[in-house]
Design a protein. Structure first.
Length: 404
């Protein structure tokens, strides 16, 4: 018998959680599983979901901010679950994790799983907002059969916050496609000078490039990217910055760059549609920069290590799982863009040490970060949880929708 698995995520933005959810839905063993996807509308990856060989249900009321019509999203998800009767519901992201697990519990779904790709609350929120989300997470953890963490740091934080401390959990990394780089380490400098984005942007073949990949939204803190670039270019104006991404704060960052007259050295590349495009940009760069204020496990950092780049990143969340200060890069206290600039300048002035750190970064990323390993681990978890649930508990809803 095939297991029916419903994945629920808030919106299909261009982020690691969304990409990995789509990959999982598309790569589950078709001989063992029948996937369904439930999500909000108007995400960048909606078109990709529509092309998939699985049913996708777009819930118009499922949005990221808190809204009065969240109850309508809850009801719609409940109706879909009662219609499809999945054996397993697997939720992702904060809003879908809360509404999806409540709907699944009310619908009598036998197995409920949630993946923490990070938390929906942080120290910079208003105290009442953070209190609300923390307590909602505690409540929904009790509705879950199993919790998945993508980083040890998030698992540690959940224990401190008393979220799901009595619920079984696993560490399953947010994976990427682990593609071996054919370039020998001894030819690394030559690889950095290869034609591609340098040629397209008119960047000299021997110039030093700092790259960052991420959404231009408050979590990723892109204004600090601009501040770091300003400090670095004031002291070493022959360095280039490539900012890959887009979002609500892009115009603000672009205005800063123009105001400080560094637009000839800071290039905004938007979102590259294909993964290979991003990996090629990483391959032509010399250093990776991440200024996120909170993270689960940043996919872009893992990709940078695969590309053998040393990383400069704020010391938050899952970053601390894999970035080892002084070994494969440098951990920076959040908000200390002056220190981040100093570390970039030091690496630019010590290129052999940068190459050594990049090699250490690649060695850090083991097979557990492979995206196919991620899918197989989830499949094994689904099977084991399904087999452990008594059959008599299947599909006995706690709430029945009123007759039409």
């Amino acid at each position: 018998m095939k297991l029916r698995v419903a994945h629920i995520i808030t919106q299909l933005e261009l982020g690691g959680a969304q990409r990995n959810t789509l990959y999982t839905v598309g790569q589950l063993n078709p001989e063992r599983f029948e996937p369904t996807l439930i999500c909000g509308r108007d995400g960048i990856l909606d078109a990709e979901a529509k092309k998939g060989n699985w049913p996708t249900h777009f819930v118009r009321w499922l949005v990221r901010p808190l809204r009065p019509w969240d109850v309508l999203a809850l009801y719609k998800i409940y109706k879909l679950l009662r219609q499809h009767k999945p054996h397993i519901v697997h939720t992702h992201s904060s809003k879908a994790g809360i509404l999806g697990r409540i709907a699944a519990y009310l619908a009598g779904i036998p197995v409920i799983i949630h993946t923490f790709h990070g938390f929906g609350f942080n120290q910079r929120q208003k105290s009442w907002t953070r209190w609300l989300f923390e307590n909602l997470e505690r409540f929904c953890a009790h509705l879950s059969n199993h919790l998945i963490f993508v980083s040890e740091e998030n698992r540690r934080e959940s224990i401190e916050l008393r979220i799901g401390t009595k619920v079984p959990n696993s560490l399953i990394r947010s994976g990427i496609q682990m593609k071996s780089d054919p370039t020998p380490k001894k030819d690394l400098n030559h690889r950095r000078k290869s034609k591609g984005v340098r040629n397209d942007l008119g960047i000299p073949s021997d110039a030093w490039i700092v790259v960052s990949v991420g959404n231009f939204k408050p979590q990723k803190n892109p204004m600090d990217l601009a501040r770091v670039a300003t400090i670095v270019l004031r002291r070493k104006p022959d360095i280039y910055f490539l900012l890959v991404g887009d979002g609500e704060l892009r115009q603000t960052v672009e205005s800063w760059v123009r105001e400080h007259q560094i637009q000839n050295r800071v290039h905004f590349l938007g979102w590259q549609k294909r993964r290979d495009d991003v990996m090629k940009i990483l391959a032509e760069s010399n250093c990776f920069l991440l200024t996120s204020l909170w993270e689960g496990l940043p996919r872009a950092l893992v990709e940078a290590f695969v590309a053998r780049l040393p990383a400069i990143a704020y010391s938050v969340g899952g970053v601390k799982d894999i970035l080892r200060d002084g070994e494969n890069g440098h951990l920076i206290p959040p908000g200390n863009f002056d220190m981040a600039a100093e570390k970039i300048l030091w690496l630019a002035n010590h290129p052999l040490e940068a190459v050594r750190m990049g090699g250490k970064g690649q060695a850090t990323v083991s097979q557990e970060f492979d995206i196919d390993t991620m899918v197989r681990d989830q499949e094994n978890l689904y099977q084991s949880l399904y087999e452990a649930v008594p059959l008599k508990n299947y599909y006995e809803p706690l709430w029945v929708s009123p007759p039409k």
